[in-house]
Design a protein. Structure first.
Length: 280
C-alpha cells in the first residue's frame, strides 16, 4: 500500500534485465515487474499502466517459461492491462505457440475485462482441449462482461465436436440468467451422444432455474438410463431444482430401488429437496 512513484528507479533497473542473456534472469525480472505491477495497480495506477509495454516485450521471448511468466505478470495488472488484450488474444489464438503460454493468455484475458471476450469465445472451438477449458473458465470469470457473447456461445452447442459442445454448455451455465435464452438448446443436448456433453447440459440447466422446466421430462427419462453415471447426474440435477421438479418425484422414488448405492442415495436426497421432508 506504500508503493509509489519512488519505485520507478527500481522498475527501470529491473527492466534492463529483460534483455539479459540468461533466461532464468529474464524470468525473474518479469516476475519482479509483475509483482510491482500488482502492488501498483490499486495504489499507483499510472505506474501500473506504464508497466504494460515492458511486460508485453516478454511475449516475443525465445524461452517458453519466460513468455508464460510475462503473460501472468500482465494478468496481475487486472483491467489496467486492457490495452494488452490484442496481444494476449494473438498469443491465445496462435496454434503454433506453446500450450502453457496459450492457457496463460486465456487466464490473462479474463483479467482484462470485456476486451478479450471475442478471442475467448473463438478459443472454445480450439483443437487443444486445455486451451478450450481455459477459455471456458475465463469467460465464466468475466461474468456479466461476457453477456454479449451468449448468442455466439449458444451457436457452438450445435458444433460437430463434442468437446466444443461441452465447453459451450459449461460457459452458458456459468453465465447464469443471461443464458436463459439458450435453455431450449441446452435441453436438446440432454439427448447428446456424448455423456460428458449431457452432464454439462444438465448442470447448466440446473443453474438456469425456471428456464429449465421444459427439460424436466428429459431429465426424468435419464433416471432410467443404462449408465449409472447418467442416472446419478439426472437425480442430482432434479434435486437441485427443488419444488420445480415435483413431477419427477415418482421416477425418483423408483430410483430408491436402483442397483447402485450412489444413485439410491442421490435419489433420496433429491426427493428430500423436492418434497422438503425426510424420505425413508
Amino acid at each position: 500500500g506504500c508503493l509509489g512513484l519512488s519505485a520507478l528507479p527500481a522498475v527501470l533497473y529491473i527492466s534492463e534485465l529483460l534483455d539479459d542473456d540468461s533466461a532464468c534472469l529474464r524470468k525473474r525480472a518479469f516476475e519482479s515487474i509483475g509483482l510491482l505491477g500488482r502492488l501498483a495497480s490499486s495504489s499507483v495506477p499510472k505506474l501500473a499502466r506504464a508497466l504494460v509495454q515492458p511486460l508485453l516485450q516478454g511475449l516475443a521471448d525465445e524461452d517458453c517459461a519466460v513468455r508464460v511468466c510475462a503473460v501472468e505478470a500482465v494478468a496481475g495488472l487486472g483491467e489496467l492491462a486492457a490495452p494488452a488484450a490484442h496481444h494476449l488474444a494473438e498469443a491465445l489464438e496462435d496454434e503454433v505457440e506453446d500450450e502453457d503460454v496459450r492457457v496463460a493468455a486465456a487466464k490473462a484475458l479474463s483479467s482484462c475485462g470485456g476486451a478479450g471476450c471475442g478471442a475467448l469465445v473463438r478459443a472454445l472451438e480450439d483443437s487443444n482441449c486445455e486451451v478450450r477449458a481455459a477459455a471456458a473458465d475465463a469467460l465464466v470469470g468475466l461474468g456479466s462482461k461476457a453477456v454479449a457473447a451468449v448468442t455466439a456461445i449458444s451457436d457452438m452447442l450445435a458444433s460437430e465436436q463434442p468437446g466444443v459442445r461441452e465447453k459451450a454448455a459449461e460457459v452458458l451455465g456459468g453465465l447464469g440468467k443471461a443464458s436463459e435464452v439458450a435453455a431450449p438448446a441446452l435441453a436438446r443436448l440432454l439427448k447428446d451422444g456424448s455423456w460428458s456433453v449431457r452432464a454439462a447440459a444438465l448442470a447448466s440447466l440446473v443453474r438456469l432455474g425456471e428456464s429449465s422446466l421444459p427439460a424436466i421430462p428429459v431429465m426424468e427419462g435419464f433416471l432410467r438410463d443404462e449408465s449409472l453415471g447418467v442416472r446419478y447426474i439426472a437425480a442430482e440435477a432434479l434435486g437441485k431444482l427443488g419444488a420445480l421438479a415435483t413431477s419427477a418425484a415418482p421416477q425418483l422414488e423408483a430410483c430408491l430401488s436402483d442397483k447402485d448405492h450412489g444413485v439410491r442415495e442421490m435419489a433420496a436426497e433429491a426427493l428430500k429437496n423436492i418434497k422438503g421432508d425426510h424420505v425413508c
